[in-house]
Each structure stands twice: as C-alpha cells, then as structure tokens.
Design a protein around this ligand. Structure first.
Ligand SMILES: Nc1ncnc2c1ncn2[C@@H]1O[C@H](COP(=O)(O)OP(=O)(O)OP(=O)(O)O)[C@@H](O)[C@H]1O
Length: 333
C-alpha cells in the first residue's frame, strides 16, 4: 500500500482526534447519530484539507459528515466557486452538502466583520436546520499565532492573547495544532486545487500584513519555533483565563444585591477578578461587548477604588452607572 504523505496523515490525525474524542457531541459514534458533523469550507486550502480529511475519517468511523460553503456574493465568480466546492464535496462522499448564499450589505462594523457575521449566522442556521452536532472550522496553528500577535499589538489583554477557542458552542477548530504548510501540502498531495482568497494577500488588512511580513520577520529573527510558540501561548493563557472567569462568575453572584453590586464586596476582590466582575456585570446590563473597552471597565473600577464622590459613568449603549449608598447601580439617563 502506498505510504500516506505526512501532511495528509497530520490533518487526518487531527480530525480523527476531534471526531473520536466525542468533542462533536456525546452521541457521536454511538448507536443513535443525532445529526451530521458539518465542515465549513470556503474552498481555501485550510478548509479544503479539513473537508477531505473529514470525509475520509468520518467514513471509517461511520459518522455522518456534510459540508456548507457560504457565498458572500462579494467577489466576481463567488457563486461558481461555491458550487464547485459543493460539487467536489458530493464527489468526496460528504452528505448533506449545501451552498448558503448570504447578503452582507446593511451591517455595521466594516466589510470584513460584516462578512464574518453573515457567515457565522448562515453556518449556525444550516447547523440547526440539519440538526448538526458540530461545525468544523479550518483555522490552523498559523491563524492562531497571527491572532495572538494581533491581540498583543492591540493591547487586547489576556482574553485576546488566549486566541481562538478550540470549541465555542457548536463550532469546533480541529486544526489549531496543524500548520498551514501542512494543509497546503495535504491538498497538493491529494490533487485538490484550493481557492486563493485575494483578501489573504491584501495589505489593507492587518492580518495579511502579519502573515506576509511580521511573522516571517519574527521567525527569521527568533527562529522557526515562533509560530508554534505563539499558538502554545494562546492555549496556556486560555486555561488561565478560563479559571479567572470561573472565579469572577462566582464573585459576581456573591456581590450582587437587589439594587446592583455591593461596593464593600467589590473592593475586597483582587483587581484581576474585580475587572472581570465589572466587565461581566456591564454585559449583563446590556452594554454591547464589541464596544465595551478597558476604559469603561476602568471607569467602573474608579467608582469602587478611586471614589471621591464623582458623578456617574456612561457605558456603551447609553447605560448609566453611579455609586449610591454603597452600591454600584444602574441609573436612568
Ligand atoms: N465562504 C466560506 N464558507 C464556509 N466556511 C468558510 C468560508 N470562509 C471561511 N470559512 C470558514 O472559516 C474558517 C476561517 O476562515 P477565514 O480565516 O477566512 O475567516 P476569519 O474571518 O479569519 O474567520 P473567523 O471569523 O473565525 O476569525 C475557514 O477555515 C472555514 O472553515
């Protein structure tokens, strides 16, 4: 039997681990299969290698696996690309296979964010319609390293440096330990022609510049382990962040009162926990997470630790918070 090329084996190994460990849902591999695993595939090398490996592994594990490709209708020929991906997926034995066509226009936050939001909505909708147990995404170790570097450069703090989670809700990223070079080599070895997203090489995007210049420069300066080490940093930080978040959840419950949060409880907390409690509380009041910054949390913190009788502070979403009678309370503006 011909030897399987190492990159193909690596991608399959990562997918096998994800499918076998039960990560995609408790009933996988059991007698009753509640629904398929879906691969979210753009036709790019990462998600194409993921889809090919999933088709291969799922057939052997007797797990149902399908594919969804999203047509953002933003580029010339996007519908043809989507239907070519779908045709290939059917020929590879994936089932069900769907093209989800989305309208990206009319959303805020820039074209990239709008496309991402539309894509995740479409993938979530397809997953519920098809009763899927998981949606597999093709992010690689290199994507994780880029995410960490960007987060550090932007001062995003531990939550950003923790990178992309392996699982969030129905979404699962089995390739976070696999290099991008391997997904490209796996496609080449399998004779799969991957689509090149022109955005990936567009220097208008910070991520493209990190990919094209910053990471290669760091690798040249510090050595070839930089990408893997940045990705490892993400998982180490993610474990700490999860622990601190657990502590903060408990502290939030303990400091809640009928009117708001008790200042005496908040001031006893370690600053790392207090910041998280205030952040979580602000979210619970309805402040939009995308707009809630360190500055807002610092202003809440000042009501606790830098109290000099100052007035209220305003959170994103027009939410007023003041200190009254030993409590942080929401006020009408
Ligand atoms: N058009 C698409 N159709 C289906 N899945 C897609 C599409 N584009 C991207 N994906 C999925 O998302 C993964 C990441 O893609 P990409 O890096 O282009 O997006 P991103 O904007 O960085 O994603 P994220 O929002 O998760 O950070 C792909 O490997 C694939 O699984």
């Amino acid at each position: 039997m011909a030897r399987i090329p190492a990159p193909v084996a690596n991608v399959r190994g990562a997918v096998r681990q994800a499918l076998k460990s039960g990560e995609p849902g408790p009933a996988l591999g059991g007698p009753v299969l509640p629904g398929p695993v879906l691969v979210a595939c753009s036709g790019g090398a990462d998600s194409l290698a993921l889809a090919a490996a999933t088709a291969f592994v799922a057939a052997r594990l007797k797990v149902r696996a399908g594919l969804v490709t999203v047509d953002h209708q933003l580029q010339e020929g996007s519908a043809e690309r989507a239907s070519a991906v779908a045709d290939w997926a059917r020929s590879a034995g994936l089932d069900p296979v769907e093209v989800a066509t989305v309208e990206v226009g009319g959303r805020g936050g820039g074209p990239e964010a709008a496309a991402r939001e539309a894509r995740y909505e479409a993938l979530s909708a397809a997953a519920s319609r098809l009763g899927a147990v998981s949606v597999l995404l093709g992010h690689t170790r290199d994507d994780q390293a880029e995410t960490v570097l960007l987060a550090m450069a932007r001062g995003s703090g531990p939550r950003g440096v923790a990178g992309m989670p392996r699982r969030r809700g129905i979404f699962l990223r089995p390739l976070l330990d696999v290099s991008r070079a391997d997904t490209h080599k796996a496609c080449a070895a399998l004779g799969l022609v991957a689509w090149e997203d022109p955005h990936n090489a567009d220097p208008a995007y910070a991520r493209s510049r990190v990919r094209a210049s910053a990471l290669p420069a760091l690798t040249a300066t510090l050595g070839p382990g930089v990408v893997a080490n940045l990705a490892r940093t993400a998982s180490l930080v993610a474990a700490d962040v999860a622990f601190l978040d657990d502590l903060a959840r408990a502290a939030l419950l303990a400091s809640r009162s009928a009117v708001g949060l008790r200042v005496s409880d908040l001031s006893d907390l370690n600053p790392a926990i207090r910041g998280r409690v205030l952040h979580a509380w602000a979210l619970s009041l309805g402040a939009p997470g995308s707009a809630l910054s360190h500055r807002h949390v610092a202003a809440l913190d000042a009501l606790v630790t830098g109290w000099h009788g100052q007035g209220h502070t305003v959170l994103p979403g027009g939410i007023g918070v003041a200190r009254q009678n030993g409590h942080l309370v929401r006020i009408g503006l």
